[in-house]
Unconditional design. Structure first.
Length: 269
C-alpha cells in the first residue's frame, strides 16, 4: 500500500461534489481529503490514486498523492467532518482515505481555482494544459479538466496544478465512453500555443511507451477497500489503459476537429 499519514487536525470543508475536507496530517502537511463514503462513489478514491500517479509518470504538475488515516476520535470531535446528503447528514467514515497535498501552504502564498484571462494566459507553465490532455484522453476523464493556480507571496506569475482525477475511468463505472469534449479545460485560451504534436511532449511519448508493469505498480498500492475488493475490475482497468495507449492521438485529434476549434494555430507542416 502507498505511504500513509495520519490526520491530526481539521482545517476546513471544501467545495465540490465529493465534499472533500482540508486536514493537517502527522507530517505537518495539509491534504485535501476524499472520504470513502463521499456522495460520488468509493471508486473515485482509487481513480484519484491511479490517475494522479500516472500523471506524475507523464511529468505533469500533480499534487502529491497519499493515503491518510482518519481516526474515529477526530471525526467524533469535529462537527464539520460529515457528508451532507439531500435529507440528512452522516459522519465521515473513519479509516483510510485519499489525500492530495495542498498546492501551497496558505500562510506562504495564494491559491485560486479561477483566474481572469489576462492572468490565465500568463501562467508560468501554461504549456502543461496541452500535456494533461494526454492523461485525460487516455484515462477517459468524464469531467472537465480541473485545475488550481498558486504562487508564493513574492512571485509574480501563477503556476497551474491539475487536481481532481476522480472522474477518470468514468467515475464509479470503470468504463471508457470516449467523447471529443470530455476531459478538457473549459477555456480555449489555454490551448492557444498548440501548433503540432510537439506541444504534447514529452507526456505523449511517455504514455505511448508506458510499460504495463509501471501501471501495475501503481495499482498495487491502492487500498482494496477503495475499489470494493474488486481486484478483477481493477485488473481490467489496468489492461485497458495499456491497450488504449495506441488511441491517444486519435482521441486528441477528435478534440482538435471538434466544434471548439481549440487549436487555431495547428499546422500539418
Amino acid at each position: 500500500m502507498s505511504a500513509c499519514v495520519s490526520a491530526v487536525q481539521h482545517i476546513s470543508r471544501l467545495r465540490g461534489g465529493s465534499q472533500s475536507q482540508l486536514l493537517r496530517a502527522s507530517d505537518q502537511q495539509c491534504y485535501v481529503t476524499k472520504f470513502q463514503n463521499n456522495p460520488q462513489h468509493i471508486r473515485v478514491l482509487a481513480n484519484e490514486m491511479l490517475a494522479t500517479r500516472l500523471g506524475e509518470l507523464l511529468g505533469l504538475p500533480m499534487p502529491r498523492a497519499a493515503v491518510i488515516d482518519v481516526c474515529p476520535w477526530l471525526i467524533e470531535h469535529t462537527e464539520a467532518l460529515c457528508i451532507e446528503l439531500a435529507d440528512r447528514k452522516i459522519e465521515c467514515k473513519p479509516g483510510l482515505h485519499f489525500a492530495s497535498a495542498y498546492a501551497i501552504d496558505p500562510a506562504n502564498g495564494h491559491l485560486f481555482d479561477y483566474l481572469p484571462e489576462n492572468l490565465l494566459t500568463q501562467v508560468a507553465n501554461l504549456d502543461d494544459f496541452a500535456r494533461v490532455l494526454v492523461l485525460d484522453k487516455w484515462a477517459c476523464n468524464a469531467d472537465g479538466r480541473q485545475a488550481v493556480f498558486y504562487r508564493q507571496s513574492k512571485q509574480r506569475r501563477y503556476r497551474v496544478m491539475f487536481i481532481d482525477q476522480g472522474y477518470c475511468f468514468n467515475a464509479g463505472e470503470w468504463t471508457f465512453p470516449d467523447s471529443a469534449l470530455r476531459g478538457v479545460y473549459a477555456r480555449n485560451c489555454v490551448y492557444q500555443h498548440v501548433k503540432n504534436w510537439g506541444a504534447f511532449e514529452p507526456a505523449l511519448t511517455r504514455a505511448e511507451e508506458m510499460d504495463i508493469d509501471a501501471i501495475w505498480r501503481i495499482a498495487a498500492g491502492i487500498p482494496a477497500e477503495w475499489y470494493e475488493q474488486d481486484r478483477a475490475g481493477l485488473d481490467r482497468v489496468v489492461e485497458q489503459l495499456y491497450s488504449r495507449r495506441s488511441v491517444i492521438r486519435a482521441l486528441i485529434t477528435s478534440f482538435r476537429e471538434s466544434s471548439r476549434n481549440p487549436f487555431p494555430l495547428w499546422t500539418t507542416a
